[in-house]
Design a protein around this ligand. Structure first.
Ligand SMILES: [Zn+2]
Length: 170
């Protein structure tokens, strides 16, 4: 798999993930500075070879509207480590509204959890308190850094010193 490059803003907040080719073009144009490389990798062209960038920083501050992490099934399962938040099962997963929709529960990061089919059915139209099914952790809204750290742990340890992982409550 081709390694990806973490792009930091001038203030070192993460803004994007790009291909190595794009990162090299940005550094050659002096729009970005290389902060970290994948040591054992190189990028070769016919005439020369380049260090393989792992983290670059933009040379000018870019004002980027905060988009957050998209709320969808895959990202929700990822936030919850692919485990039912009631019993810990990793099979037959679905999405549960903590406060049921019929009781005004919203479709939001803080009211949705990963649940197995069985817990979802057992809980039915109740809140966790009413059903006597406490949650393992309170659902939270993940930040971009949270997902980047998750990716970094599996594929790009070079990013970790540059990621400041925070969990935003509520
Ligand atoms: Zn379960």
């Amino acid at each position: 798999m081709e390694k990806r490059v973490l792009v930091l803003n001038l203030d070192h907040s993460p803004v994007a993930v790009v291909s190595a080719q794009k990162a090299i073009v940005l550094t050659l144009l002096e729009k970005a500075t290389m902060l970290s490389t994948y040591e054992l990798l190189q990028i070769r062209t016919i005439s020369r070879s380049f260090e393989y960038p792992a983290v670059i920083r933009l040379n000018q501050y870019k004002s980027i509207p905060y988009r957050g992490v998209m709320l969808n099934r895959a990202n929700l399962f990822r936030r919850d480590n692919g485990e039912c938040q009631y019993c810990g099962s990793v099979k037959h997963l679905t999405i549960d509204h903590v406060v049921p929709r019929s009781k005004g529960g919203k479709t939001s990061w803080t009211n949705l959890v990963t649940a197995c089919n069985r817990c979802n059915v057992n809980k039915g139209n109740k809140t966790p308190e009413e059903a006597g099914m406490p949650l393992k952790i309170l659902p939270f809204k993940p930040t971009l850094s949270y997902f980047l750290a998750d990716y970094a742990e599996r594929h790009a340890e070079e990013w970790l010193p540059f990621l400041n992982v925070k969990v935003v409550p509520g």
